[in-house]
Design a protein around this ligand. Structure first.
Ligand code: ATP
Ligand code: MG
Length: 668
């Protein structure tokens, strides 16, 4: 189980991993082993007797956290559950689970994701009597996020329509006992300020704190680690200012400057050797990033061979691009005997993924979209599961609140507060309270509101009864409920001009229902209840299925920290990257686009393909594309349009592959 730190790490990495106490700053380029070093650093601490419960390792994604925990487990045998390797949001959630009652919330709060927030915003605007069509919910959510995290403010008189909507939004979240993502960061900070005794307790718990991808930590996230580490000062942050790609979310290298002034006694270590990429890929990346002026100077070098040239693809349009990429993947897979998961296809925006995904599906090429919302995170799936949860357990207040206004029933914040107060004074569930309020004579509510509540209560009771008697036809009852509440009309209301979106969402519901149906008919499930099923689902839905051998499709943002033997960059065109929006802005946003391109380039280990379409569909029209200006920054001698790579190099190669093939067949 033991490992030799000196042998695993180069001298600089070793110094960083073995310096356990005191503040440590490591700003180093892509692929220089930052994340790997952090992992060994934690393993080393554990070997030196530091308790796993005292270590807090913060990473950017759940996936990165899970991988780190897995690796540390392999190195030391310490169980993954004991380790606090997690994201800022998950850590905030953990703190709040324990302490949120001190801030006047109930313990069983719900997290509202982006789609929930937009639904709530539209309800709020509707209930305030404003015109929903006047608002762009996406922009509104982003403005409110800025306000909440202190990056923007409303006019000081507090009387503007927007600040009105914001106040009501906040009150509604509270009424639903719900938190948005920003609350997961801001409420812990409020907790620290208002209840210093909790801060003292948490400080004592985590004696050593590590942060990966520090350049993308927001100022408020930084405040959390700073508070926690302030006394013991055992805070190690690693990052790369060249890979800062979330300044629009309030993260930028200002954190690095703040760290430097908050922890002046820090040790600073540079890592300059890149272990990931071939010389060619590294040279290309180095040449692109030097065009950014405001950066910590660093130059990565490698002992890897020069490797193959960077390949340019020039498809006709995006459909052709998808086909060409899949063709290349298949050739390379054959030529080098690579598994599917060695391939990553990266794009600038989420909108570019469906064309690719579609073609992968058509050609039976296994792929997965990484970083996107999982099936069980889709709003429509969550809605339907919440109904089912409420049907099997009317005490589930969280589910009650999720569905009471889905589809919209005109139940406003005041009514929710009334139901909640009634539940509290009668010590009953919200569902029961809903019925109590609907028959109370002194509730001060209008007759039609009472009727709405009575109807909702009756609906749930009716379907509870049906579900109870349904035997193995429970999924049919669920579909009947979907029909009864006219869920489809609700979706159409939200997407009046987008038939595709409506079909997609109703399709998700049918998919879930089919899964549910298969479960209830599965003879192995005798004896387990719907309740068990839903709980298991909640867990497995979140489980990592990343070991699957599939090509990874994702946005460049989501590719941070990852690596693939072969990387395809699709749509490397001006107005895509750099993004059209940033071209209208300023040099800062152009620099950020360049960093994003740098992140994308440096994901590749062996082969890099860069594709530029000659034309692209904008709406129904096909318009000519211009290659990205960043391509001019890659030295021409590193790039070719020929592609010999993808074909087996020789007869020997071919016979080697055939032998392997035969061996596989024999093994079967
Ligand atoms: P990024 O900036 O993209 O997050 P990083 O600095 O975190 O990159 P890692 O992902 O930790 O880099 O490492 C990049 C690759 O180099 C990995 O495949 C890792 O296993 C390998 N590597 C790093 N250091 C060493 C080393 N000392 N010996 C061998 N391989 C190493
Ligand atoms: Mg990393």
């Amino acid at each position: 189980m033991s490992f030799d730190l000196r042998r695993e790490l180069n001298p600089e990495q070793y110094l960083a991993a073995s310096t356990i106490d005191g503040p440590l700053l490591i700003i180093a380029g892509a692929g220089s082993g930052k994340t790997r070093m952090l992992t060994f650093r934690v393993a080393h601490m554990l070997e030196n007797g530091i308790s796993p419960h005292s270590i807090l390792a913060l990473t950017f994604t759940n996936k990165a956290a899970a991988e780190m925990a897995e690796r540390i487990h392999d190195l030391t045998g310490v169980s993954r559950k004991e380790l606090m390797a997690t994201t800022f949001h998950a850590f905030g959630m953990k703190l709040l689970k324990k302490y949120i009652h001190l801030l006047g919330y109930k313990d069983n709060f719900t997290i509202f994701d982006a789609s929930d927030v937009q639904t709530l915003l539209s309800d709020v605007i509707h209930n305030l009597g404003y015109e929903e069509a006047d608002y762009n919910f996406f922009e509104l959510a982003s403005l409110f996020s800025d306000v909440k995290t202190g990056r923007a403010s409303f006019r000081s008189d507090g009387k503007s329509e927007l600040s009105h909507v914001y106040t009501e939004y906040q009150k509604s979240l509270k009424a639903y006992n719900a938190l948005d993502f920003d609350d997961l960061i801001m409420l812990p900070l409020r907790l620290f300020a208002e209840h210093p005794e909790t801060l003292a307790e948490i400080r004592k718990t985590y004696s050593h704190i590590l942060v990966d991808e520090f350049q993308d930590t927001s100022l408020t996230q930084y405040s959390i680690v700073k508070e926690l580490a302030w006394e013991h000062r055992n805070l190690c942050v690693v990052g790369d200012d060249d890979q800062s790609i979330y300044s629009w979310r309030g993260a930028n290298y200002r954190n690095i400057i703040m760290f430097e002034s908050d922890f002046p006694e820090r040790l600073e270590i540079k890592l300059e050797r890149n272990y990931r990429s071939t010389g060619t890929i590294l040279e290309a990346a180095n040449n692109v990033i030097v065009h950014n002026t405001e950066r910590k100077s660093k130059k990565l070098w490698t002992q890897e061979s020069v490797g193959s040239m960077i390949h340019r693809l020039e498809p006709k349009d995006e459909d052709d691009e998808a086909a060409m990429i899949i063709g290349k993947i298949r050739e390379l897979r054959f030529a080098h005997d690579y598994p599917w998961k060695n391939f990553g296809v990266l794009v600038r925006t989420n909108h570019m993924l469906p064309v690719l995904e579609n073609r992968f599906l058509l050609t039976n090429t296994p792929c997965k979209i990484s970083g996107g919302a999982s099936f069980f995170d889709r709003k429509e799936v969550k809605d339907i599961i919440s109904y089912l949860r409420l049907l099997v357990n009317t005490k589930d207040d969280v589910s009650f609140l999720r569905v009471i206004n889905v589809p919209r029933r005109g139940i406003g914040r005041k009514t929710i507060e009334k139901i909640r107060a009634t539940a509290e004074s009668n010590q009953c569930s919200l569902h029961e309270a809903c019925s109590l309020v609907s028959i109370a004579t002194d509730s001060g509510m209008k007759g039609n509101q009472k009727k709405t509540l009575a109807d909702f209560f009756a609906l749930i009771e009716d379907y509870r009864e049906k579900l109870f008697h349904a035997g193995k036809n429970k999924s049919k009852v669920l579909m009947a409920l979907v029909e009864n509440i006219s869920y489809k009309d609700y979706v159409i209301d939200q997407y009046p001009t987008n038939e595709k979106a409506v079909n997609f969402k109703m399709g998700s519901i049918r998919t879930f229902n089919a899964m549910f149906g298969r479960w209830e008919r599965d003879p192995d499930n005798n004896g387990s209840s719907v309740f068990d099923y839903l709980n298991r689902l909640a867990l497995s839905g979140k489980e990592n299925t990343d070991d699957d051998d599939k090509v990874h499709l994702m946005t460049m943002h989501a590719s941070k920290g990852l690596e693939f033997a072969v990387v395809f960059l699709a749509g490397i065109e001006d107005h895509i990257i750099p993004h059209a929006r940033t071209l209208e802005e300023n040099q800062d946003s152009l620099a950020e686009e360049r960093r994003l391109f740098y992140v994308a380039l440096t994901r590749a280990r062996k082969h890099l393909y860069i594709s530029t379409c000659m034309a692209r569909h904008r709406g129904k029209e096909l318009t000519a594309s211009v290659p990205s200006r960043f391509l001019l920054e890659i030295p021409a001698h590193l790039v070719t349009t020929e592609d010999e790579e993808a074909k087996p190099a020789s007869k020997e190669d071919l016979s080697r592959i055939l032998d392997k093939f035969k061996a596989k067949l024999d093994a079967k």
